[in-house]
Design a protein around this ligand. Sequence first.
Ligand SMILES: *[C@@H]1O[C@H](CO)[C@@H](O)[C@H](O)[C@H]1NC(C)=O
Ligand SMILES: *[C@@H]1O[C@H](CO)[C@@H](O)[C@H](O)[C@H]1NC(C)=O
Length: 401
Amino acid sequence: MKNIIAITILIILNLTIVSASNDDRNNYYDIVTLGAKPNSKSDSSKALKMAWDMACDSPGQSTINIPEGRFNIRKPLKLDGKGCLSSRIDVIINGTIVAPSDFHVLQDSGTLVLFHDVDGVTVTGGLFDGRGAKLWACKRSGNDDCPRGVTTLAFRNSRNIEINGITSLDSQLYHIVISGSQNVRVQGVTISASGQSPNTDGIHVQSSTDVTILSSDIATGDDCISIGQGTRNLWIQDITCGPGHGISIGSLGKDLHESRVQNVTVITSTFTNTENGVRIKSWGRPSDGSVSNVLFQHLTMENVRNPIIIDQKYCPSHKDCPGDVSGIRVSDVTYEDIHGSSATPIAVKFDCSSKHYCSGIKLHDIHLTHKNKRASAFCSNCEGSTYGVVQPKSCLIEVNN
Ligand SMILES: *[C@@H]1O[C@H](CO)[C@@H](O)[C@H](O)[C@H]1NC(C)=O
Ligand SMILES: *[C@@H]1O[C@H](CO)[C@@H](O)[C@H](O)[C@H]1NC(C)=O
């Protein structure tokens, strides 16, 4: 009897091992094999969707291959992870994903390539060409009929994501969006668009936790990285930013109820000829959101208009501004080892809410100059403390504990 049980267990174990190794084999789906035609006018979105659906239905690990060549995407592509059997899908891109240059084709359809509800996806290499120039020109001409445009690449409601070494060129709207997601790593990304391209944020993160952005070069017409409400445990390191509007928390206070932004680190990064360096911005509205535990450390500013700025009266168009006092609470923000040059005389600007003063602002080893001379600081409603050399001279309401 004992023997029979032992043998039965062995057989079951054996079966499990065999089926596990079957599941683990690397399923491989090449979009050209599935009908995509590189360097032609034809639309590759169907082949890519088919590759995704097959990978999603395959247990274990799958690879989707996008080989060399230019592949047109003429319909917004939603790659949905709901109900997938896969444990992991690697999307390897050697070619270029191309958006239509005619912005009327996609209009306001959201995102060119959207991953939704996925768990365990990597996207490696390749180029995304958003061909946004015509839409930017339309927006810049003051024409009210221009569509908003589409984001190039987004992950929404997703987990365990890696984006490695991709290049995003000339997006219509945002280049990359990470929203409602956990455990996301972005590394070695290159983002490039004209400094005159409206609303082309490089990487936008919101409602997400444990996001890491490393070793990326971002040149664009809006924020290099923008951080929206509900972001927690965000680590940003080794970024070059410029042209662009800097790395921004906000804008916050668009809605009356917003989730907190907590624990954000921006470290060892360089800003060149940008509008801002590190910025926190909120509209003048009585919203209930907050920003706390932020560290800006080891940053170099080269000819940056506002190297350090908190702006709680944010209203870029200066038209129809809400004009109220900001309800967003800003606390425990540390600026440490920030040096270089300001393109304007005011290198440090803290314009905080008169309802909730900014508090726990720490300035530690700051050395910013304007035209090789002393720069100045502006403070309104801002409490904090200084350590080491702080140049320009601090104007914080000193609260030393
Ligand atoms: C395709 O891209 C991958 C990942 O970036 C890279 O390792 C591989 O060498 C590339 N293959 C070709 C043929 O370029
Ligand atoms: C803050 O975020 C970092 C990752 O960016 C994480 O390692 C750390 O544990 C977080 N701290 C807290 C107190 O949650």
